[in-house]
Design a protein around this ligand. Structure first.
Ligand SMILES: N[C@@H](Cc1ccc(OP(=O)(O)O)cc1)C(=O)O
Length: 167
């Protein structure tokens, strides 16, 4: 399984999601791989410090991050592409119509984070209510809220993919 996380700048949300996913994959001894990219990313920018801090507070292992724009080869090799907002899904779909069936809203998977809570099986991935909003330039509390939403969504994503082995 190869996961591609996509946001706008590839310096906040998608790198956070990729590091959370890597930690979850390692914790569950899976051999999945992960990448991230941005729809309007500059090449080679590091992760925003406040985003890195939110991960460090949770003891998520970090390695140097360098931003990259979404490219056809990244889209092609991904089994699942997770975007942060409905508008990013539309943008990505219009650039890569052939990838439509593998594009999902990451926030929609939060419903699967804690199955014992009896999460709704609603396909929340089609709702803008599941958007993970850009914390860029915001306060630390915005990054923290964003990290919480991403952490939960990534856990739900992995649960869902492992449980049903399909989207
Ligand atoms: N606003 C930034 C670009 C940017 C946008 C969003 C952003 O957050 P994320 O990486 O979560 O999409 C980061 C950077 C700029 O003007 O250069």
């Amino acid at each position: 399984m190869h996961l591609l996380f996509v946001c706008t700048g590839n310096t906040c949300r998608s790198p956070m999601a990729a590091f959370f996913a890597q930690a979850e994959i390692q914790r569950r001894s899976l051999s999945w791989t992960v990448e991230s990219a941005g729809l309007y990313a500059a090449e080679g920018m590091p992760m925003t410090p406040a985003a890195a801090d939110a991960l460090t507070r949770r003891h998520i292992p970090l390695s140097p991050h360098r931003s990259q724009p979404v490219r056809p080869d990244l889209v092609e090799k991904a089994d699942v592409i997770l975007v942060m907002t409905q508008s990013q899904a539309k943008d990505l779909e219009s650039r890569f119509p052939q990838a439509k069936d593998k594009i999902r809203l990451l926030g929609g998977f939060a419903a699967f984070a804690d199955p014992e809570e009896g999460a709704s099986q609603t396909d929340a991935a089609s709702s803008t209510g599941c958007d993970i909003v850009d914390p860029f330039g915001g306060l630390d509390e915005h990054y923290e809220a964003c990290a919480q939403q991403i952490e939960r969504s990534v856990r739900g994503l992995v649960n869902h993919l492992l449980g049903e082995n399909k989207l």
